[in-house]
Design a protein around this ligand. Structure first.
Ligand SMILES: NC(=O)c1ccc[n+]([C@@H]2O[C@H](COP(=O)([O-])OP(=O)(O)OC[C@H]3O[C@@H](n4cnc5c(N)ncnc54)[C@H](OP(=O)(O)O)[C@@H]3O)[C@@H](O)[C@H]2O)c1
Length: 336
């Protein structure tokens, strides 16, 4: 039986995303199950991978991108016992999910409770787990504390506002003006980073600053995110937006700076968060945190903001929207 997938033919612009047809379904090896993919997504992280600028991916094109998926177990391989055909599962694949079928080690998969919308469920796998782990496992913020999140109208930003509300945090978020209505409607105070100095604005709004700031922008921006912390605050860096879009900054220099600020006796700390690195170090946390998030979704305590649901065949257009910062929340790609 044939099946379709989207591949990156070479590193570059969205044009390098091409749909191809494979003539034969992949067969699960020992310890693997075959998953019929229902939904995946387009995120800034997929854009970085497509450009060849994602530090964690060493694959060379052609390969399928696709960082996350929700699907149905379609066939089980030998030496598997956790899942039956027909069960819904989720995974953070990092690459490979832009495909109708994919074989995955069953130990990596997290069951998806019945009754959840697959599009909402897939929104949790990368974006909400990232927000959740940064809040709970890295910054360990407590009720009543103040946080600043950059890119507050994006997929991780909107997730963090919703999760921050559940924790009882006071939340400030930078975003361009077009996303302020969304950011405010979720309960955060929006700051227009394009027309205001966010450092000044934070000091005017809070007096002595915030307890945690979350920075996916990098470069010189990190210094400013560090400067809005009151003691003993923490800066969590988790991306290199500016370096990727050619606005300056260097990934090795950012990591060096973070380490230096963490060592210096300044009453504040820093951390770099990577969902993949944390999963490698603490494999059980990923599945536990995702399961807890599925529970919150089932109780409607969180409600993913889905900007668009597009067919996988429109992956190229989805990447263009992300790259042009035209997305409020998440883009889900329907595979079936
Ligand atoms: N470390 C990890 O494990 C991990 C995991 C997931 C994501 N990430 C990173 O987290 C970042 C956000 O991911 P995402 O999926 O939420 O992306 P997204 O949905 O594309 O949202 C990012 C938003 O940031 C805004 N932005 C751009 N420049 C900004 C600036 N200077 N200040 C404030 N906001 C700015 C843009 O909207 P406006 O300009 O219109 O406001 C953009 O839409 C990406 O860099 C991604 O790679 C890291």
């Amino acid at each position: 039986m044939s099946y379709k997938r989207v591949v990156i033919t070479e590193f570059g612009s969205p044009k390098v995303l091409k749909a191809i047809e494979e003539t034969k379904l992949p067969e699960p090896k020992s310890g693997e199950v075959r998953v019929k993919v229902l939904v995946t997504s387009a995120a800034f992280t997929d854009v970085m991978i497509r450009m060849g600028k994602y530090p964690g991916v060493k694959q060379k094109p052609p390969f399928s991108p696709g960082y996350d998926l929700v699907g149905v177990v379609d066939k089980v391989g030998e030496a598997t016992n956790r899942f039956e055909v027909g069960q819904r599962v989720a995974d953070l694949t990092v690459t490979g999910a832009y495909s109708e079928y994919v074989c995955l080690p069953e130990r990596r998969l997290t069951p998806v409770p019945d009754g959840l919308d697959p599009a909402e469920a897939v929104s949790l796998v990368l974006s909400y787990v990232t927000a959740y782990q940064m809040l709970h496992r890295v910054a360990k913020v407590k009720s009543g504390q103040r946080i600043l999140i950059h890119g507050a109208g994006g997929a991780v930003g909107t997730a963090m506002i919703q999760l921050g509300n559940l924790l009882g945090l006071e939340i400030y978020g930078t975003a361009s003006k077009s996303k302020h209505e969304l950011v405010a409607s979720l309960g955060a105070t929006p700051i227009d980073y394009q027309t205001e100095d966010f450092v000044e604005r934070i000091h005017t709004l809070t007096g002595d600053g915030v307890d945690a700031s979350f920075d996916p922008i990098g470069g010189e921006h990190l210094k400013r995110s560090f400067s809005v912390l009151r003691r003993p605050g923490i800066l969590v860096s988790y991306g290199f937006y500016n370096a990727v879009i050619g606005k300056g900054g260097s990934i090795p220099l950012d990591l060096l700076r973070l380490n230096l600020w963490n060592i210096l006796p300044n009453g504040r700390s820093t951390a770099f968060y990577s969902i993949g690195a944390l999963r490698k170090k603490q494999p059980a946390w990923f599945s536990k945190d995702l399961t807890d998030l599925f529970d919150l979704l089932a109780q409607r305590k969180i409600e993913p903001i889905i900007a668009k649901r597009m067919p996988l065949s429109e992956a190229r257009q989805a990447h263009e929207l992300i790259e042009n910062a035209r997305v409020q929340g998440k883009i889900v790609l329907n595979v079936v």
